[in-house]
Design a protein. Structure first.
Length: 356
């Protein structure tokens, strides 16, 4: 049987008020946590006091929360948040934007047909699929088809127009004519470029030609502009820069030992990942780039001297980004010494009615 002893508390008269208050608080806490301790109270009375303390604390917390909520609501209603100043745009904004009411593809084709448009098509008919043109005799059509299938990065097939046909009805609404509806044409004979800047191919057209329409990277430029990127060739009103490289394509039939041609657009290094992410969504327009960085690594000695198109400025804080280019197929026609072929002049594309 245990015997309770009277608890003696000794108070130091030299203790500061703050320390005394802390000691008293600790004493009360000890009694709260151990109601059976010798506090001079019965067990029932201790439990009752503890419940009252708990209830008192909960009431005070509720009152504080209610007061705080009222204060916040009052502050919001009487002191609205001032409007934030406009944030400066990212460094790449302020880029060239396409015309708000661009010429529809059918109107552009009509202009080409009448000789009213005879320049590159980059920046025109944004969001519509643009294509390269290669028309060659049906005797070489299978080998060329195989070449395109084995090299889809440089030769993504959009449509094949059968021998004797000139209306690519699967990619346009209504009627178009591949002999007249491009700005300019090139003509190759036995691998030699015999005519360039031809405005109308009607007179030299042959009935045995099979025509291939191959996607062009001009197609995805509108998507890049929409994301705020500047397209240098469009900004400078120039044709895109195109270069021969040391990158090899896969052989197919008579088309052997052909090197890639690439188009180049400069971007800031920090933006390259985003550019890749956007352009990879367009596999029928060459998709993601095939090289980023040093031109010499892919056999380009002087970036200021493109083999096709125009040189577009590369600024000190930019890197060169290279895409496979449809002009590779013209190089294939040239390398295989096909007896006769008609192609678009680089940069002067056939614009379809396919909305991208």
């Amino acid at each position: 049987m245990s015997t309770n002893k009277n608890k003696t508390t000794t108070t130091n008269t030299n203790t500061s008020p703050a320390v005394s208050s802390l000691l008293n608080s600790l004493s009360r806490t000890s009694e709260y946590l151990n109601p059976n301790s010798n506090s001079g109270k019965t067990e029932t009375q201790g439990v009752k006091d503890n419940e009252e303390i708990k209830e008192d604390i909960e009431t005070k917390i509720r009152d504080k929360l209610s007061t705080l909520k009222t204060s916040i609501l009052t502050s919001r209603s009487t002191s609205p948040i001032p409007p934030q100043p406009p944030q400066p745009p990212p460094a790449y904004l302020g880029a060239h934007t396409f015309p708000p009411s661009p010429t529809p593809p059918s109107s552009l084709r009509s202009l080409c047909r009448s000789g009213g448009h005879a320049s590159p098509t980059n920046g025109l008919c944004p969001t519509y699929l643009q294509t390269n043109l290669v028309s060659l005799p049906d005797s070489h059509a299978f080998d060329f088809l195989l070449f395109c299938q084995r090299n889809p990065k440089c030769a993504p097939i959009v449509d094949v127009v059968e021998k004797g046909e000139t209306n690519p009805r699967h990619v346009i609404k209504g009627h178009a004519d591949l002999r007249t509806d491009l700005p300019k044409y090139n003509v190759y004979e036995n691998g030699i470029l015999t005519q360039t800047d031809l405005l109308d191919a009607t007179e030299i057209w042959r009935d045995d030609l099979v025509s291939f329409l191959l996607g062009c990277s001009f197609t995805f430029e509108a998507a890049l502009v929409e994301e705020g990127f500047s397209i240098r060739n469009v900004e400078e009103k120039k044709n895109v820069s195109m270069y021969r490289t040391n990158l090899k394509t896969r052989d197919a039939g008579v088309f052997k030992d052909i090197n890639y041609v690439v188009s180049m657009r400069p971007f800031k290094a920090v933006d390259v990942v985003k550019v890749v992410e956007i352009t990879r969504r367009y596999p029928n327009a060459h998709g993601a780039p095939i090289h980023v960085g040093s031109p010499s690594q892919i056999g380009i000695d002087d970036i200021t001297q493109p083999d096709f198109g125009d040189y577009c400025e590369v600024k000190p804080d930019e890197v060169c980004v290279f895409w496979a280019c449809g002009v590779t197929t013209a190089e294939a026609v040239k390398g295989a010494k096909i007896e006769f072929a008609v192609t678009h002049k680089p940069g002067c594309m056939f614009v379809t009615d396919i909305k991208m």
